[in-house]
Design a protein around this ligand. Structure first.
Ligand SMILES: O=C(O)CCC(=O)C(=O)O
Length: 286
């Protein structure tokens, strides 16, 4: 933003150049192999947008999310609403599995890169990457056709501080856009997120003023990434690392009754393959 003629700008400094990072070819071959081996052990969830045990909000039809997901650190179930401080913090972030070693190493390295580069004011006190959303992008089977579902609409990530994202598989067109901008308008910034790349962004401009989206994912390499997911073929996996203040992460057993009823079925499903959620389930069955 430029100051009005004849006036010195007294607003907050523009930190957008410092507080953005893109590292192509970030992932080494051994790190990739470890992540793919870990991915093969997962059973992602294909959540419904709203509760399946209560009616959806008026005028909002129930629908499945566009893609299967997995969360680490804490699980933000879509039916509880995503973490959105200051008001949307209670019963939104349910304690989940810790990062496996192959992702913990990357989170620690990414944190160090962010601290070394980003404007200090864009890294809140206590910020560390304790949450990860694993997004599976690909084609969904619809009867005897495959439908491309590899995109994410305009949104903000409300977790405080920088967000770091690691991409695997086909490259994705990631765009920062002004609010209300039509899809065919020029984005404020576009970045192809290549296979094995790391992106990080923080600060007012990237986190608060602009929205971001995944416009499309290439379809060039015929990839079918792990794990096997019934009715879905994955050609890109994205790991978005974030920070949720620990005080806002709640063990499943401490959820309020309504929230617990909303997520119990998901926790039962996760418990079939995740020792962490099997233990969590045993604490609510007593
Ligand atoms: O897949 C990506 O690159 C971005 C995902 C994203 O925007 C999000 O998880 O909030």
């Amino acid at each position: 933003m430029t100051p009005p003629p004849g006036r010195r700008w007294s607003g907050p400094p523009d930190t957008s150049a410092r507080s953005y990072l893109y590292v192509p070819d970030y992932l080494t071959a051994p790190a990739r192999a470890a992540i793919e081996a870990w991915l093969a052990t997962l059973t992602p969830l294909w959540e419904q947008r709203y509760s399946t045990v209560r009616p959806p909000p008026p005028g909002k039809p129930q629908r499945p999310l566009l893609r299967p997901v997995y969360w680490l650190g804490n699980w933000q179930f879509a039916c509880l609403g995503y973490y959105e401080p200051p008001r949307g913090v209670q019963d939104r972030c349910v304690a989940a599995e810790p990062f496996p070693p192959c992702l913990a190493t990357i989170a620690a390295d990414a944190e160090a890169r962010v601290r070394a580069r980003f404007a200090p004011g864009d890294v809140p006190r206590g910020w560390h990457l304790n949450t990860c959303l694993v997004n599976f992008y690909g084609d969904r089977r619809d009867g005897d056709r495959w439908v491309d579902a590899a995109r994410v609409g305009d949104h903000r990530d409300f977790e405080p501080g920088p967000v770091v994202s690691l991409s695997l598989g086909e490259r994705a067109l990631f765009q920062f856009v002004a609010r209300g901008q039509r899809t065919d308008h020029r984005p404020a910034r576009a970045q192809w997120l290549d296979d094995g790349s790391l992106q990080a962004f923080g600060g007012r401009r990237w986190k608060d003023e602009l929205l971001h989206r995944v416009q499309r994912v290439d379809h060039r390499r015929g990839l079918d990434l792990p794990p096997r997911i019934d009715g879905f073929r994955t050609r890109r996996v994205n790991f978005t690392f974030r920070f949720v203040p620990p005080a806002h992460v709640v063990p499943v057993a401490r959820l309020g009754a309504v929230a617990l009823a909303d997520v119990r079925g998901y926790v039962e499903t996760l418990a079939q393959t995740s020792p962490f959620f099997a233990t969590a389930l045993s604490t609510i069955r007593r």
